[in-house]
Design a protein around this ligand. Sequence first.
Ligand SMILES: C[S@@+](CC[C@H](N)C(=O)[O-])C[C@H]1O[C@@H](n2cnc3c(N)ncnc32)[C@H](O)[C@@H]1O
Length: 404
Amino acid sequence: MHAPTGSESDPVSVFHALLTDEGQALLEELRSYDPGRELAVATRLRRDHPAELVSAALGQARLRQRAAAKFGGGDGGDAARMYFTPDGVEQATRASVAAYRAGRFAALGVRSVADLCCGIGGDAIALARAGIRVLAVDRSPLTCAVARANAEALGLADRVEVRCADVTEVDTDGFDAVFADPARRGGRGRIFDPEAYSPPLSWAVAAARRAPCAALKVAPGIPHEAVPEDAAAEWISDGGDVKEAVLWFGTGPHGKRDVRATLLPGPHTLTSTGLPDPPAGPVGRYLYEPDGAVIRAHLVAEVAERVDGRLIDPTIAYVTSDELRPVPYASAYEITDVLPFNVKRLRALLRERGVGTVTVKKRGSAVEPDELRRKLKPTGPNAATVFLTRVAGAPTALLGRPVP
Ligand SMILES: C[S@@+](CC[C@H](N)C(=O)[O-])C[C@H]1O[C@@H](n2cnc3c(N)ncnc32)[C@H](O)[C@@H]1O
């Protein structure tokens, strides 16, 4: 018997059809989905299954592939067992970040969380895996159906209750904590104004203040001035890419501002000590490029202190020192040359050193790296990193190599 697929206009019924034996058999056939063979596979499958169900299964197969980067690919990863919507996969928190945040909640003694704006359940899954009971709320019926299916597929249904509702109408009394991840994408792409989030950040802050403890996920570009006085702020990166900022409420007494940068994997957390900006001085033998989360959290001074370093310029977030002090918060480079920025001189130097592979990094320079690489026409067996930056206000090129 064929799975009922409902009417074309009912995406929830179409999705539910994927959960039937027939839908599951189709998904199993598409386990090793190859986009290049989609047409042939679809034609074959449509001979025995309703076209609408085949399209839905192909859609899931495509989304599972897209989701592998966030939820782990291959047979061992979660992506192959989970369900998605196109928006849901885009907006979901990646598993590593969600697990880290859930771990922080668990360490705070939190046993139940109201996950407001749960999407397809990226955070709800991580919270449940941390042993936390979750009420997961979203206003989209399809997204809720997908979140429910995900909790089921991952064996977490006993800890996750999914409710389809507007979060502004949900009573969170009795929960140890609130987590909110408002939608930051509208019809016209990303939304930068926190008051244009859905629901607006001010609503989420009020909901956070009503709970014993809370975390709000916001865009990493949030200005420090927009962080409420009573919130601790944490910027999180994974593999060097800044993923989000989190505003924590009720996590402890904040005599002074609690600002952190957390780098995953690790986790490595750097906390503000309120240091003033470090002094600037001459470029030493080593250059440290702080992780993006450190820069967003304004913790370059804390890195400089750890490496016994100084800034190369009062306005540039590169730290330099004469001795190597490896830290997880910054990538270290050994600097071999410092020269005023000039394409001809740089080209001559690279020729002299036999550098054919150039990585261009820049901070405080308007030069286009691709254009510069074209002009440099590097040839030779060696590799080098060129930093285009300012030293004591002057446009400067630094030549170096990463410290292993
Ligand atoms: C950024 S996504 C959440 C992603 C989720 N944390 C995850 O990791 O999968 C935001 C979600 O908020 C939902 N949403 C936006 N406004 C809402 C409201 N007022 N009530 C309920 N859900 C809402 C959207 O439907 C969307 O699924």
